[in-house]
Ligand binder design. Structure first.
Ligand SMILES: O=P(O)(O)OC[C@H]1O[C@H](OP(=O)(O)OP(=O)(O)O)[C@H](O)[C@@H]1O
Ligand SMILES: Nc1ncnc2[nH]cnc12
Length: 184
């Protein structure tokens, strides 16, 4: 990883100021971290994307968004940086040929898929998503991107739920989390 210092601390406050927490959604025992207040605050959303773009500019060749909330972050960031966006999607959404990896979620199970033709061999890719929980989604997506020939240069998560083991699952990789919650 060649991208140095940590993400700007003002981004952390910006996200915290625009977050909503819903207990027992979508099922008992889950504390759901809702980013819709952030997205609906135009100034905050724009400042977030500006801040991320400034941080990653010049270090990456493409942004990979993880369906679906990762798309919301990846698309404006890619446009801002003038680079392409790669979509890593849930099963059955992409026309083939696709690569696929099955994984377990905090709630439920799923499969991520990628069209390898959307990844340039050796390109430096930023993986972005809203939440790192168990790390299953990110690990599956990174595996797909690397199988397709990408160099995963950075991983950016808006929210990291540290109690759920995501960082451990991505062992050895550097993760830029805007906000880290010590307990899920
Ligand atoms: O680290 P993990 O345990 O894999 O969980 C994190 C993933 O879970 C959420 O996606 P979800 O599948 O709920 O779908 P959505 O983005 O389409 O709402 C979230 O957006 C991450 O992609
Ligand atoms: N607790 C949580 N809140 C929001 N999104 C999530 N995705 C996985 N776990 C989540």
């Amino acid at each position: 990883m060649t991208i140095s210092p940590a993400l700007p601390p003002e981004l952390t406050q910006l996200v915290l100021d625009n977050l909503r927490e819903i207990p027992d959604f979508p099922e008992p025992g889950v504390l759901f971290r809702d980013i819709t207040p952030l997205l609906s605050n135009g100034e905050a959303f724009a400042n977030l994307i500006d801040g991320l773009a400034a941080h990653y500019r010049g270090h990456i060749d493409a942004v990979a968004g993880l369906e679906s909330r990762g798309f919301i972050l990846a698309a404006p960031l890619a446009v801002h940086l003038g680079i392409g966006m790669v979509t890593v999607r849930k099963a059955g959404k992409l026309p083939g040929p696709v690569l696929g990896v099955d994984y377990a979620l905090e709630y439920g199970t799923a499969r991520m898929e990628l069209r390898p033709e959307t990844v340039r061999e050796g390109s430096r890719v930023l993986v972005i998503d809203d939440v790192l929980a168990t790390g299953g989604t990110a690990a599956a997506s990174i595996s797909l991107l690397e199988q397709a020939g990408a160099r995963v240069e950075a991983i950016c998560m808006l929210l990291e739920l540290a109690g759920l083991g995501g960082r451990e699952k991505l062992a050895g990789r550097s993760i830029d989390s805007v906000v880290v919650f010590e307990s899920a």
